[in-house]
Write a protein that binds this ligand. Structure first.
Ligand code: SAM
Length: 299
């Protein structure tokens, strides 16, 4: 377990993940009844962009850094203003205490969720790495809605689902240190989770290096047992090199109604803003549509 998110916080992959997270929480807030967020791989919750880890890679500058000045520089967005979802998400980051003088702190998924949730919503946050879990606990200790568990997030789903609110979201955002094996862990976890909580929304982040590495998982999603599955991807490099992160995706199982429409303009804008030396590619499509016959199982 060597992965530390501090090196990667705010990079182009985090931007996609967290904009989709914001859209999902907005959709859950459309109903007044409380919802639960279950974050299986939560991280430490907040990252210093001027800290030595973030400075070492500088990844955030090619990610959220690009959104700070969308109207200047070589990556200027032709239309000028950001789509409302992106504008609102960025304003949320900039209004974080500590960011009064500009973006110094990048909130991770638990803190972004905490800031978007309402008083009666709740979150269960799992983080296996002891130091990261301790930091997360310290960050959120005064917020009674947020519950930190230092444990394996996949295992925890067995105990945490279904949540008492009976509606909400599971975010699965592993480090993929185990590469191919991680996909099998996700599939096992989702299979069990859908039995315990068939109506939950599940959002899975995945890296794209070589397309062939992710293809079996995407095929599996097409018959995973969810009602529908939306896929949102952003590629800043061609997906043919196993050595670097070329792009990433979010697969959203039981996606809320019209989520595809909500994400279309933000994805288009991100593809302009986050392009690296060539136009970025994006995809937004249904891997599984409600009422459609599932594709034949490859097994
Ligand atoms: N979701 C966070 C965010 O968006 O801000 C980032 C999470 S980071 C990509 C993955 C985290 O998962 C790391 O902090 C790592 O220590 C933790 N981790 C790795 N394996 C785990 C497991 N089986 N259960 C829970 N956490 C795990």
């Amino acid at each position: 377990m060597n992965y530390r998110h501090a090196y990667h916080a705010g990079n182009f992959a985090d931007v996609l993940k967290h904009v989709v997270l914001a859209a999902l929480i907005d959709a859950l807030k459309a109903k007044p009844t409380p919802f639960a967020v279950i974050d299986t791989h939560a991280g430490s919750g907040c990252y210093a962009l001027e800290g030595k880890e973030a400075e070492k890679t500088g990844e955030w500058r090619e990610g959220v850094g690009r959104l700070l000045f969308p109207d200047v520089g070589p990556h200027a967005s032709s239309g000028g203003t950001l789509p409302p979802l992106l504008r609102h998400w960025l304003d949320g980051l900039l209004s974080l205490p500590g960011n009064e003088q500009g973006l110094k702190l990048y909130p991770g998924s638990p803190l972004q969720a905490a800031r978007a949730m309402r008083a009666n919503d709740s979150a269960q946050l799992c983080e296996l790495q002891p130091e990261e879990a301790t930091r997360l606990r310290e960050l959120l200790h005064s917020d009674k809605r947020m519950h930190v568990h230092q444990r394996d997030g996949y295992e925890a789903l067995k105990a945490l689902l279904p949540p008492k609110e009976k509606r909400g979201l599971v975010l699965i955002d592993p480090p993929y240190e185990a590469q191919e094996a991680e996909y099998r862990l996700i599939e096992q976890a989702i299979k069990g989770a859908l039995v315990r909580w068939p109506t939950g929304v599940y959002a899975v982040w995945y890296p794209i290096k070589q397309r062939s590495q992710v293809q079996p998982f995407l095929r599996w999603l097409g018959h995973c047992g969810a009602r529908r599955v939306l896929r949102a991807e952003l590629l800043v490099h061609p997906d043919d090199s196993p050595l670097r992160l070329n792009g990433s995706g979010m697969a959203i199982l039981n996606a809320p109604w019209k989520l595809d429409e909500t994400l279309r303009e933000p994805l288009r804008a991100l593809s302009r803003l986050l392009a690296q030396g060539r136009p970025a590619e994006w995809r937004l499509d249904w891997l599984l549509e409600e009422g459609a016959a599932p594709p034949p199982s490859p097994l």
